[in-house]
Design a protein. Structure first.
Length: 681
């Protein structure tokens, strides 16, 4: 983790002290060294956090004696050996090639196509004096951050953090109210947006070039399923998954300092921690684990699983008492560093405190298990795939095994898919949408055949099915579709009650919420849903949160499940490899035999963190929340203060959604207050 910054004045005026100020405001990202380079109308800056052994030998920005190109980079390159070979570099004995040097040499060799040769996490800019242009790029999934502004005209400036841009002259610290309103309504934000009108974000897997002809941006990569798994047997597929997961963890262990790991006790963080321990050479410092524990909220305490890893692996455990911290008090600390007020919602305050603990333990690299769910996939959409194919016997058998597995830990923490608490519940959830579709579209033979088969397999009578769908069987298709669309629009049109109704109308929030997709004719698919999630930008948003929280504590967060080699392999697997014999994420469980304790390898329960959030908001931060709401000022325009006062006063556990939105509004009040205190706002 480091910080980068730069300016290019297209009108030729010289860069002066601006880059130095941009770097200085991001010193927390790179406390080891802050440096700048300027030459006429171009300037680059860097703040260095030493993490890898090679970074100890790097000094940035770096100018190439060969081409005159200059690079600044926040990067970890995972295919170093391949690049050294392909670039025909022959380092002499004792010579160390930093990752940034490999990127610079790749640019000199392949130009803007250099990104096609890079694997890892990176955000970089190269000034090319031969073309009077600036080339910039961000890694495939957006692990590293790159913000930029084109204000004022004839100026292009960039930085790892928004604050580096807001301090520039004529870059306004003006909040985009439409984006803020969307955040309050939990509308996913576009990957190229920030909450400030003058600042944009370079999306994942994008590059841009700035020259005399302006700014040109393009997407250089899109996630696609690998074809590799198609020709493999199940055993070969499992073996290959293990190889790729091992490599994903191995290349993220490259560190000149002790490595930390988040350890929640869940599958993802436990699998990463156990694999990391297996890969560390004997005699190295043990993995330093960081875990949240909850004495006062036992429903969320997973110590029995955390301790299972700690006692079976060589770790040095650290614990954070998650029931002693709250979302509002944590926001007061977070927004000293966090620029975008949309970051910090929900339970992210817990992550913030974990990184604070890691910083005190002198850890610079922390491994996470983030989004293993998305990469490997629970695979429960397979039920719907089988229903679409009318494979009711296989669906029924799979549902029986699934429910049996759930019953092993029923009532313990939360269960993935706990709404499907019976075989009949699983079949109804997966199969009834197809019965509805076949009835609606006049496919009566298919409907009758499937209805009889469902009734013969489980405790759902034909009479019950007919009672549920007889209107659909008789009503014309266009009438039913009109009713469905109307119902969906009515439901989606509701604006969260904490949002001020006049403000919501002014930014068109009801219309935004009413948009929907009619997916009834599409077959739900394990892999399709997986691909869509990664293409939607949701993952990049989550990774942005990690980057922001970790960098504030001079830490680099590394995510093995975000390795694109592993990701694309998983997307190319048959869906049954994710969901088999009633086990979600089956291939991962199978591949980690002998590495992960059995108690964890076969667990199905998962903590429901809503109890922690309510405890933090009401029991830890209750007085602070009351005080903040009473004095609410800056968020008054955007929120319904009367509704929030009612929710907070009653403190009824009515619905988690109210509480998270209430905390979101109060946190954003703190965020705007902190912004107004900054010299650049």
């Amino acid at each position: 983790m480091s910080g980068i910054a730069g300016i290019y004045y297209l009108d030729g005026r010289p860069v002066q002290e601006e880059v130095g100020r941009m770097v200085d405001v991001m010193k927390h990202r790179g406390p080891d060294e802050q440096s700048t380079w300027t030459n006429g109308s171009a300037g680059l800056g860097h703040c260095m956090l030493h993490t890898t052994p090679e970074s100890l030998h790097a000094s940035l920005p770096r100018e190439s004696a060969q081409s005159g190109c200059v690079i600044t980079a926040d990067a970890r390159i995972d295919n170093r050996d391949v690049l050294i070979r392909d670039l025909q570099l022959s380092p002499s004995t004792g010579q160390v090639i930093p990752d940034s040097t490999l990127i610079l040499r790749a640019y000199e060799e392949w130009g803007q196509d250099c990104v096609d040769h890079l694997l890892g996490a990176f955000s970089f800019a190269v000034w090319d004096p031969r073309r009077d242009s600036l080339f910039c790029a961000v890694d495939h999934l957006g692990v590293k951050q790159f913000h930029y502004t084109r204000t004022p005209p004839q100026c292009f400036a960039f930085g790892s953090e928004i604050k580096a841009l807001l301090l520039l002259d004529k870059v306004r610290c003006t909040i985009d109210e439409e984006k803020l309103g969307e955040a309050l309504a939990w509308i996913s934000r576009a990957p190229d947006s920030t909450v400030f009108e003058d600042v944009e974000r370079l999306p994942p897997a994008h590059a841009l070039r700035v020259g005399n002809d302006g700014v040109r941006m393009w997407q250089y990569w899109e996630v696609e399923p690998s074809r590799e798994a198609r020709s493999l047997t199940e055993q070969e597929c499992t073996r290959r998954f293990k190889e790729l997961f091992t490599e994903a963890v191995r290349c993220r262990l490259r560190s000149a300092f002790p490595v930390g790991a988040e350890l929640s006790g869940g599958l993802d963080s436990s699998f990463v921690t156990c694999m990391a321990d297996n890969l560390l050479p004997e005699g190295d410092d043990p993995i330093r684990t960081f875990s949240l524990i909850y004495d006062e909220v036992p429903s969320c305490d997973e110590r029995e699983y955390i301790e299972e890893v700690v006692k079976n692996k060589n770790t040095k455990p650290h614990y954070v008492c998650g029931d002693k911290i709250g979302p509002i008090s944590s926001a007061q600390k977070m927004y000293e560093f966090v620029d975008d007020g949309r970051i910090g919602a929900g339970n992210s305050f817990l992550r913030w405190n974990v990184y604070a603990k890691a910083e005190k333990a002198d850890v610079r690299v922390v491994l996470t298990g983030t989004d293993g769910d998305s990469t490997v996939s629970h695979g429960t959409e397979r039920f719907a795939e089988l229903a679409a194919d009318e494979d009711w016997e296989v669906l029924h058998e799979l549902a029986q095994k699934y429910v049996k597995n759930l019953d092993r830990e029923r009532g313990k923490y939360a269960i993935h898919g706990e709404d499907d608490d019976s075989v009949e519940g699983v079949i109804q959830k997966a199969g009834f949408p197809y019965l509805d579709y076949w009835a609606t579209t006049g496919q009566w033979q298919t409907f009758l055949r499937s209805a009889h088969k469902i009734s013969s397999l489980c405790d759902i009578s034909l009479l019950e099915i007919y009672r549920r769908f007889w209107k659909k069987l008789l009503a014309p298709e266009f009438v039913v579709r009109a009713r469905v669309r109307s119902a969906v629009k009515q439901e989606r049109r509701k604006v969260p009650p904490v949002v001020d109704s006049d403000f919501a109308a002014a930014i068109g929030l009801p219309e935004k919420l009413s948009s929907y997709r009619d997916d009834i004719q599409e077959t739900p698919s394990v892999r399709k849903n997986q691909i869509e999630k990664f293409r939607s930008g949701l993952i990049g948003t989550e990774l942005q949160h990690y980057d922001t929280h970790a960098s504030a504590h001079s830490i680099e967060a590394r995510h093995p499940f975000m390795d694109i080699r592993l990701l694309q392999f998983c997307m190319g697997m048959p869906s049954k490899m994710s969901f088999q014999s009633g086990w979600t994420r089956a291939i991962m469980r199978e591949a980690m035999e002998g590495i992960v304790p059995e108690k964890i390898r076969w667990r199905v329960a998962k903590t429901n963190m809503s109890d922690v959030f309510e405890h933090g908001l009401f029991d830890v931060d209750g007085d602070l929340a009351q005080s903040l709401l009473s004095d609410l000022d800056l968020m008054t325009k955007f929120s319904d203060k009367a509704h929030m006062r009612e929710v907070l006063a009653k403190q009824e556990r009515r619905h988690e959604f109210d509480f998270t939105l209430l905390a979101s509004v109060l946190s954003k009040e703190i965020w705007i207050e902190k912004l107004h205190d900054k010299e650049y706002c």
